[in-house]
Design a protein around this ligand. Structure first.
Ligand code: FAD
Length: 637
């Protein structure tokens, strides 16, 4: 199959306008004749549901949580990028576009990234109009701060709770449509399968997580916005319910999975502190605006930080990357922190941590200013670690945080299944091999508020859609498959818990497909995952029954998918014989230990096609064409 990204013609800056003009429109009176299913209520799904309903479509929206407001997006802390140039530092749509393309190590589509930068400004206007309380400067304009990989301040924020405030905006818009009767909300539902009829996505099968009932829902198109799969690593900063299941099940139905090995490991997280931990906590990248990252110069130096004199400290990011300093992109900062710890210079009990120190900032700006900017983050850190970051440096270490890989989509956000659209973190996205901070919220909201409302109309009006109901045999078949799988999971009655399998899987993937990879380790991981998967289906114990609220059963289904998906990540990592962004294969590095791309052979998106159980997926690629930027070795020096 030839992948067609359907990138419109014309100059970069005109593509989106021109495409919107060329897309067929659904007349306002006809919109009410179409039903659309949206799965997920994070920033992508919440904004899409509200916008589609506002346009007049009948929307059915599903989410795992008890309220759409509890989607993982609520955890986002630091901010959202936009090219407003309020700070007069020379920002522009072009600069945001260029920084994002470069930050992603030239592994994303020019046309998509440019559109994202264009829409960034509309997002801020939309959210301000909704009442999102962004921080403001002394003159009343919205304030900005810096994030990694950029030399201008373009990040809009609401203290350390930007995701929460943006989600409340989208949620209010969504609930307005629920009240108007245009959105029917189905919380506490987990999508188990996609229903395809006449090669078009026509519905979903979900489990009611409270009653256990399996339900079928039909529509004219399905929009997935089910978030990222970072929890394949077990320990991550993502919400406990974040999963790959919806994406993986549609992969098995024919949607290609793109760049699954591109994972983001965030440099500033609270280090792992024990074997009973099930979650990691992010300390926002915004802290690197004022915090200085350092380790003792002497390996093994165990003096308390305040007793280590300035001359004995290595501010390794500032020294190695004088232009960007502590604000190098996440992949670069993470690898450097790991390198320091591997050299024995790590701090804290485990030696797997570096300092993030605010002493200079507090001396310069005063405690009050720092508290105003980061107060809630400092409080969170103190609650978790019992250390006061106003007095002693924070200790941080990289952790899994975001997934750039996802379902392949074209310029219209449509997957390789007609009528199945994918948005937000669930698609393979505009971030290439490494996402810049504050760009995920931007992408989710661009997809939901400003892209899908146009492109889905073009699909609906241009497609022949048969009248169907959930009585169609394809729905019955999907329900039967979902029930059989649940029955199988409950019948194994083995000895190991679901969490135990998940933990081992996470350990394997972190060890061999984490911050750095090599072919030998990846092959080992593939064997280990296969064995673990086999053991899972023979020895897992899932207590309880299917007709009740049963979180072990929910998790078992998700871990079963992670066990298959983990292997897909490894296959993808093995295929990409270069280093780029978050995919760092030790065999491909520059003399200065930076990722070494191979643009001649790997300037493409990999897209995997499922063929059959226990068979390797089929490789496809979308070549990336750069007409407007020159591919260079990334440098942040
Ligand atoms: C701690 C943290 C801080 C972050 N801070 C920032 C930041 O400051 N700036 C930034 O740009 N990005 C940030 N990010 C990244 C950003 O928050 C996410 O990428 C983004 O919120 C994802 O939004 P989404 O709508 O795609 O998915 P999510 O918010 O993950 O929503 C997924 C939705 O899908 C539903 N769902 C999932 N599976 C199923 C299923 N099978 N059936 C039914 N429903 C399902 C869930 O219930 C949920 O409603 C941060 C991430 C983390 C972990």
């Amino acid at each position: 199959m030839q992948l067609d990204a359907k990138i419109p013609g014309g100059s970069l800056s005109e593509k989106w306008d021109r495409h919107r003009f060329e897309l067929k429109l659904v007349n306002p009176a006809n919109k009410r004749k179409f039903d659309i299913i949206v799965v997920g209520t994070g920033l992508a799904g919440g904004s899409a549901s509200a916008s589609l309903a506002e346009l007049g479509y009948n929307v059915k929206t599903f989410c795992i949580q008890d309220s759409p407001r509890r989607a993982h997006s609520i955890a986002a802390q630091g901010g959202i990028n936009a090219a407003k140039n309020y700070t007069n530092e020379g920002d522009s749509i072009w600069r945001l576009f260029y920084d994002t393309i470069k930050g992603g190590d030239f592994r994303s589509r020019e046309a998509n990234v440019y559109r994202l930068a264009q829409l960034s400004n509309n997002i801020i206007d939309q959210c301000v109009a909704q009442g999102v309380p962004f921080a403001r400067d002394y003159g009343g304009l919205l304030a900005n701060r810096s994030f990694g990989g950029a030399q201008v301040q373009r990040t809009f924020y609401s203290r350390g709770q930007t995701g929460q405030q943006l989600l409340l905006g989208a949620y209010s818009a969504l609930m307005r449509q629920v009240a108007a009767g245009k959105v029917k909300m189905f919380p506490r539902r987990e999508m188990l399968d996609l229903v395809i009829i006449n090669e078009q996505a026509r519905g979903v099968v979900v489990r009611n997580l409270i009653t256990g009932e399996i339900e079928a829902h039909a529509a004219d198109a399905v929009v997935l916005s089910t978030g990222g799969y970072g929890n394949v690593y077990y320990l991550s900063t993502m919400a406990m319910a974040s999963n790959v299941s919806a994406s993986y099940r549609v992969f098995k139905k024919g949607a290609f999975f793109a760049n699954p090995c591109f994972t983001q490991i965030h440099p500033t997280c609270i280090p792992v502190h024990g074997t009973y931990q099930s979650k990691l906590t992010l300390m926002s990248e915004s802290l690197r605006n004022d915090g200085r990252v350092w380790v003792p110069k002497k390996p093994g130096d165990k003096h308390p930080p305040r007793q280590i004199p300035e001359s004995e400290r290595d501010y390794f990011l500032e020294n190695k990357y004088p232009s960007f300093g502590n604000l190098v992109p996440r992949d670069v900062a993470s690898r450097n922190a790991k390198e320091q710890c591997d050299m024995g210079k790590g701090v804290g009990e485990t030696g797997f941590a570096v300092y993030l120190d605010f002493e200079d900032a507090i001396k310069r700006d005063g405690k009050d200013v720092i508290a105003q900017k980061y107060g809630n983050l400092f409080q969170m850190y103190e609650k978790i670690t019992a250390d006061n970051p106003y007095e002693t440096p924070m200790m941080i270490y990289p952790a899994v945080h975001y997934t750039m890989g996802g379902l392949w989509v074209d310029y219209n956000l449509m997957s390789t299944i007609d009528g199945l659209f994918v948005m937000g973190e669930a698609n393979f996205s505009d971030h290439g091999a490494n996402r810049l901070g504050a760009s995920a919220l931007m992408q989710g909201l661009a997809d939901g508020y400003f892209i899908i409302p146009y492109t889905i109309g073009g699909y609906l009006v241009g497609s022949e859609l048969q009248d169907i109901t959930t009585d169609h045999p394809s729905f019955k078949e999907s329900i039967h498959e979902a029930n059989s799988r649940i029955k199988k999971l409950l019948s194994i009655n083995g000895k190991r818990t679901v969490d135990d399998f998940h933990k081992e899987l996470g350990h394997i993937i972190w060890e061999y497909c984490g911050m750095t990879r090599n072919d030998e380790g990846l092959k080992k991981a593939q064997r280990l995952i296969r064995n673990l998967r086999e053991e899972f289906w023979g020895n897992v114990i899932v207590p309880g029954s299917k007709e009740e609220f049963n979180q072990s059963l929910e998790r078992a289904g998700r871990v079963a998918d992670f066990l298959e998906f983990g292997e897909l990540m490894i296959i993808d990592a093995l295929e990409r014989k270069e280093s780029c962004g978050g995919h760092f294969n030790e065999a491909y590095q520059t003399e200065e230990n930076e990722a070494k791309r191979d643009d001649e052979n790997f300037c493409h998106v990999t897209a995997w096609e499922f063929v059959e159980e226990d068979k390797e997926p089929v490789f496809h690629k979308e070549s990336l064409v750069f007409e407007n930027v020159e591919l260079t070795q990334r440098s942040y020096k």
